[in-house]
Design a binder for this molecule. Structure first.
Ligand SMILES: Cc1cc2nc3c(=O)[nH]c(=O)nc-3n(C[C@H](O)[C@H](O)[C@H](O)COP(=O)(O)OP(=O)(O)OC[C@H]3O[C@@H](n4cnc5c(N)ncnc54)[C@H](O)[C@@H]3O)c2cc1C
Length: 381
């Protein structure tokens, strides 16, 4: 088979191929040796690669690659070794940095961007609440305008916030927080305090998760309100699209590693029929997911909105694909697969998060069915 068309799909330009090679060798050298350490919080990516601000403009300290393919390449390669580290990277570089890069004004970019691009500040994004996850627009956190001080007073609780704490002792540095400004929504930026760190998670254990509580936090309107007041739903939806593509890329990285482990194990074993079936089905599903991912990423413009159907679709497919491939890898490797030293049990636990975070499978079903009903003439091309 001529694999040239696949190479072009996965690395459309020489720059993409070089980026993949750079992140792959960093991952082999720096990430893989520490990936078995699932308790320590890791932010080793800070200065090793210089891609914390991957999609941010270079004049504000970013890498200047506002490119969904580059985002996918980085997330696939990091997740090959350590999906939890990659989840923390995603929360910082996509949920915070990219969201800010797309929606903030130049003054805010100059104020906040250099620190989050050079890694001296690490943060994330606060959308979910104790009773508003899938139904995110039902959020209760509120920001009330104080005209005397020209700012907003923020109150509320945000749940499951990646990088909400960094070490288990101290809060992350900077967060984009969504809050109601009345019947509609505003988007607000600030530093804050953390209350509770969640430690006993099924997977993604090296990615810190916390509950954050805001009590009468003052936010100067000039510097700490991002985009238009009451216009944040659009910012949220636009950022969710690239988040879902990045999560799908993480799934592809998990599946590729699980396949490599299965193949290496099976090459030392008699070719049992069950192993052949597991390996071949996993490969076909991995390739289907990877082709879907890069076909969508290569056409995604980060500054636009309206790619929801396939951002949902590729995450829906790839998340379950990765979990199934990791599951088969455990099955192929038997008792070894079940033990931590052989990596695939960690990948299986990490893959489960991808069916929940950034939108549950059921939320993708709901969104996709709605979007498909709106198709022109009810026909696919
Ligand atoms: C490790 C981790 C990291 C996270 N990081 C972040 C972060 O950095 N920032 C952030 O804002 N959030 C974060 N989240 C939150 C994540 O996005 C939510 O967990 C997710 O959106 C689901 O919301 P929920 O947990 O409240 O579940 P719920 O919305 O309560 O859902 C529970 C179940 O009900 C189903 N359900 C709910 N409503 C419907 C419906 N209308 N139709 C059909 N089924 C429905 C769901 O699919 C699910 O199966 C993180 C979560 C985890 C676990």
């Amino acid at each position: 088979m001529n694999t040239n068309s696949l190479t072009k799909l996965f690395n459309p330009t020489d720059d993409h191929a070089a980026l993949r090679e750079m992140v792959r060798s960093f991952t082999e050298r720096e990430v893989e040796p520490q990936a078995l350490d699932t308790i320590e919080v890791k932010h080793s990516i800070n200065d090793g690669l210089g891609i914390l601000g991957l999609t941010a403009p270079d004049e504000f300290g970013g890498t200047g690659l506002p490119d969904a393919t580059a985002v996918s390449i980085v997330h696939e390669e990091l997740s090959y070794s350590d999906p939890a580290l990659c989840l923390s990277y995603l929360a910082h570089s996509i949920l915070l940095v990219n969201n800010l890069a797309v929606n903030a004004n130049d003054e805010q970019l100059a104020l906040f961007m250099p620190g989050i691009c050079d890694g001296s500040k690490i943060g994330g994004m606060c959308m979910s609440e104790p009773n508003a996850g899938t139904d995110v627009l039902g959020m209760k956190s509120n920001a009330v305008y104080d005209s005397a001080r020209d700012g907003f007073i923020l109150n509320g609780t945000k749940m499951w916030i990646t990088n909400g704490t960094l070490t288990g002792k101290e809060t992350g540095d900077l967060f984009l927080v969504y809050a109601r400004t009345g019947p509609r929504r505003g988007q607000i930026l600030l530093s804050l305090w953390w209350r509770k760190a969640w430690r006993d998670k099924l997977g993604m254990r090296a990615s810190p998760t916390a509950e954050l509580v805001f009590e009468n936090v003052f936010l100067p309107a000039k510097t700490h309100v991002v985009g238009d007041v009451n216009g944040a739903t659009l910012c949220m939806m636009r950022n969710l699209e690239i988040e879902r593509v990045a999560l799908a890329a993480m799934a592809v990285g998990i599946a590729r590693r699980s396949l490599d482990e299965m193949i290496a194990y099976a090459s030392n074993r008699p070719a049992l029929a069950r192993i052949q079936k597991h390996i071949s089905e996993s490969y076909a599903e991995y390739m289907a997911g990877k082709c879907y991912l890069y076909a969508i990423a290569n056409g995604l413009d980060l500054s636009t909105y309206g790619n929801g159907l396939d951002a949902d679709g590729v995450k829906l497919y790839c998340a379950t694909m990765a979990k199934n491939v990791a599951d088969r890898a455990i099955q192929v490797m038997g008792g070894y697969g079940y033990c931590g030293e052989y990596t695939v049990e960690r990948l299986w636990r990490d893959a489960k998060l991808l069916e929940i975070g950034g939108g549950t499978n059921e939320s993708h079903h709901k969104n996709m069915a709605r979007d498909l009903h709106k198709l022109d003439g009810n026909k696919l091309e």
